[in-house]
Design a protein around this ligand. Structure first.
Ligand code: S3P
Length: 172
């Protein structure tokens, strides 16, 4: 089976959902952020602080070039990964991409509760976070929309989402 790539904005649930699906289907799971943290022995926050975003994006590109050669893996991609260096085109060429589409309000609520480990948003107040999500999502959607499949994540019904993704994977 070709790899399955979960695509979407920060807070769209790629890692949580990816882990669950991989357990359901007894497949391996990989998280591109975790790979980059391990390669550099640094947290994502520290990589941004010490080495900068450009370095992080280069790391993402290297990870993409590595993982497209693998098979049978469910992969959670970082929220910006599909939007740089034509990464989304490569992922589409070699695997099955699924965009977990969440609306701005859902993203805002989730990210407000969990922003401290995300260097791009950790220092924002409520209003800044809201504006950031609005602007960045508008810019990034054109990349996310290139995914082969889109799943609308309206609520937190993880079981429903898992069933949808499982059936997408199994009917391929
Ligand atoms: C980023 C999203 C993060 C992580 C990094 C940059 C982004 O991943 O890769 O903080 O540019 O949107 P998650 O989407 O898993 O939070």
């Amino acid at each position: 089976m070709l790899n399955i790539y979960l695509i979407g904005f920060m807070g769209s649930g790629k890692s949580t959902i990816g882990k669950n699906i991989s357990e359901d289907l007894s497949l391996s799971f990989l998280d591109t952020d975790k790979e980059i943290e391990e390669r550099n022995c640094l947290s994502i926050n520290d990589i941004f602080n010490k080495k900068g975003e450009a370095f992080f994006r280069q790391e993402e590109q290297e990870i993409v070039n590595k993982i497209i050669n693998l098979e049978n893996i469910i992969i959670a991609t970082g929220g910006g990964l599909p939007c740089f260096n034509n990464n989304i085109d490569l992922l589409n060429k070699y695997g099955c991409t699924i965009y977990l589409k969440c609306d701005k309000k859902l993203l805002y609520n989730r990210l407000l509760a969990d922003k401290k480990n995300r260097p791009l948003i950790k220092d924002f107040n409520h209003k800044e976070l809201q504006e950031y999500i609005n602007n960045l999502l508008t810019k990034r959607e054109k990349h996310y929309k290139k995914s082969k499949h889109t799943i609308i994540c309206k609520d937190l019904d993880t079981n429903k989402l898992l069933r949808q993704i499982n059936s997408l994977i199994l009917t391929r």
